[in-house]
Ligand binder design. Structure first.
Ligand code: ZN
Length: 177
């Protein structure tokens, strides 16, 4: 899509909140790639505070209702992964811990904690970008999103804009080595 680059630029130019999180715009988005662009824009904000650039958005009825990035270093909280923060914000917006009608879009394959949180949220759908061969729990090492022993299965879409998502991470670690 020709407008992807422009969309990302305009996202970055928006005023940030205190945490550096992009404001929720209420802009309706049409497809997983557009949503991933928003998650990527969110991910890039994590670098400002030395956090691994992972970003996540939660969408409901075509509207982004939550958008967060990794804040583990910023907060010193081992659970402050982008997905956990976004799911918490989304639940606050929805007014319930049940997020059946929501989609979580995240730049990196969720870990066991975040995949578990998606199941516990009864999340409807999970979309991720790059696979995480070292810690991914949504296909790579485990698949907590689709385990018949658990009481909920999350519809899973993997590999959306995987190359861009992966490059963001490899560039981040390359600078730090
Ligand atoms: Zn995680």
């Amino acid at each position: 899509m020709t407008t992807d680059g422009e969309q990302r630029r305009s996202d970055r130019d928006m005023p940030s909140t205190d945490r550096g999180t992009l404001p929720i715009t209420g802009v309706e988005v049409e497809n997983d790639a557009d949503l991933m662009d928003q998650a990527l824009a969110e991910a890039r904000l994590a670098e400002a505070h030395g956090d691994v650039p992972v970003g996540a958005v939660v969408v409901r009825n075509g509207e982004v209702i939550a958008r967060r990035h990794n804040e583990r270093e910023l907060t010193g909280d081992p659970t402050a992964h982008a997905e956990i923060l976004a799911l918490r914000d989304a639940a606050a917006v929805v007014g319930s811990w049940r997020l059946n009608d929501c989609t979580l879009v995240v730049t990196l394959e969720p870990c066991a904690m975040c995949g578990g949180a998606a199941v516990n949220a009864r999340l409807g759908r999970l979309v991720y970008g790059a696979a995480d061969l070292a810690a991914g729990a949504c296909l790579s090492l485990y698949n907590v999103c689709d385990d018949p022993r658990l009481n909920h299965r999350v519809e899973l879409v993997a590999g959306v804009e995987a190359e861009v998502c992966g490059r963001l991470l490899s560039d981040f670690f390359a600078v730090r080595r």
